[in-house]
Design a protein around this ligand. Structure first.
Ligand SMILES: NC(=O)C1=CN([C@@H]2O[C@H](COP(=O)(O)OP(=O)(O)OC[C@H]3O[C@@H](n4cnc5c(N)ncnc54)[C@H](OP(=O)(O)O)[C@@H]3O)[C@@H](O)[C@H]2O)C=CC1
Ligand SMILES: CC(=O)N[C@@H](CCC(=O)OP(=O)(O)O)C(=O)O
Length: 346
């Protein structure tokens, strides 16, 4: 059995990770940490774990945590995974970081967008962007896996076949994305409280969201040419889910059916990417509670633009499920181990 630690087990992403890892056949939950609830049982904070997860929440002691575990997951605000990563590499263990600390390869870009000094820059080169559908081989051999952000997961999977096959003008990409409120985490804030979010639908981070450089980095690598995008996230009054609607100008004429075939070829053999048949469109309800990313692709012959729809559960394929998928890649076990379920409907 592989001993794992979850740092930040009491956040939405961390708790979802604990739920998945508790039923993973190759894993023992060795350490769960919390800064606010140390000393309490996990089920005292989250009663849905009563009778299932017996672990007590512990204060973070980095050296001891790393010594006790084979794989460490960090589900912390950005900036906090860096010292843990240093210790993980010192002790020759593995880290899967659900935050943003190792996603951006360029230090100046990280510091500009996150307004935080990067204190583990020597580790950036060795870290791999943990989108298994694109970087599986590198993930297998990496000590640090940077689990992607939720919007980037949804968007990059939606655009990868188009850019790899040079089917769109890369200067014309527009990403219009909507997220449920759990994407903002469990901490209390004006932005996420009930009366602000219910019966409301609003954009935020317009032209300034931190996921923009992350998407641009990965899309640029796929296209082999510098890509800048327009990305507008929106908050919707639901708990889970992201739907990205992505537009771009096609560089050659093609029908929706032909393009759908290209997507099917690109994602052939991928358990967690479902390219929907003509006439079916992704919806957050169809992926909620599962590790799937559902995609549809439609060409509008009047404008020559393609419209990609991409849906995920932000807490699963956008965070905890993808982290478990990355663990499975590291362990060399089937990627759907511990993730072999469909979503919850309705
Ligand atoms: N929510 C989502 O959909 C997604 C989240 N992520 C990323 O995952 C990470 C966790 O997000 P999420 O679960 O939503 O956040 P939450 O706010 O729900 O949880 C944050 C966690 O970090 C701990 N924490 C907060 N501040 C500190 C600190 N100063 N020192 C140590 N621990 C701290 C909290 O501990 P305690 O409860 O003990 O105070 C809690 O366990 C973030 O980097 C986020 O960006 C990535 C993709 C999607
Ligand atoms: C609805 C909402 O607020 N969503 C979050 C997405 C969080 C996420 O994916 O986290 P990282 O910080 O790890 O990139 C946001 O827009 O910041």
């Amino acid at each position: 059995m592989v001993k794992v630690g979850v740092v930040g087990a009491t956040g939405y992403a961390g708790a979802e990770l604990v739920r998945l890892l508790a039923r993973h056949p190759q894993v023992t939950l060795e350490v769960l940490t919390s800064q606010s609830y140390a000393g309490k049982a996990m089920w005292e904070v989250f009663p849905h774990f009563y009778g299932v997860v017996e672990n007590k929440l512990e204060e973070l002691n980095t050296a001891e945590l790393v010594a006790r575990c084979d794989v460490i997951f960090t589900a912390l605000p950005h900036g906090h995974a860096m010292p843990i990563a240093q210790e993980v590499t010192r002790q020759g263990k593995k880290l899967i970081d659900l935050g943003a600390d190792f996603r951006l390869k360029d230090v100046a870009t990280y510091q500009q967008w996150y307004k935080t000094e990067h204190t583990a820059t020597a580790l950036l080169d060795g870290a791999v962007y943990g989108l298994p559908e694109l970087h599986r081989e590198k993930i297998k051999h990496s000590a640090i896996v940077a689990n992607p952000g939720c919007y980037p997961t949804c968007t990059i999977l939606g655009l990868a076949p188009l850019l790899t096959n040079q089917l769109i003008d890369p200067a014309t990409i527009i990403v219009d994305a909507k997220s449920g409120v759990s994407g903002a985490g469990r901490g209390l804030s004006l932005k996420t409280h009930f009366t602000e979010t219910t019966n409301n639908f609003q954009a935020y981070g317009v032209a300034t969201h931190r996921h923009t450089p992350e998407m641009e980095q990965e899309l640029t690598a796929l296209a082999d040419t510098t890509i800048t995008i327009n990305f507008t996230p929106h908050l919707t009054p639901m708990i889970r889910g992201i739907l990205s609607t992505i537009y771009a100008q096609m560089t050659r004429q093609m029908s929706s059916a032909e393009l759908t075939e290209i997507y099917r070829d690109f994602y052939q053999g991928e358990t967690f990417v479902r390219v929907l048949p003509a006439g079916m469109y992704p919806a957050t309800k169809n992926v909620a509670g599962s590790n799937y990313c559902d995609l549809s692709v439609t060409v509008d012959p009047r404008t020559g633009r393609v419209i990609v729809l991409s849906a995920i559960d932000n807490l699963i394929k956008g965070a905890a499920g993808q982290a478990v998928q990355n663990l499975n890649v590291l362990l060399g076990c089937p990627e759907n181990t511990g993730l072999d379920f469909v979503g919850i409907y309705p």
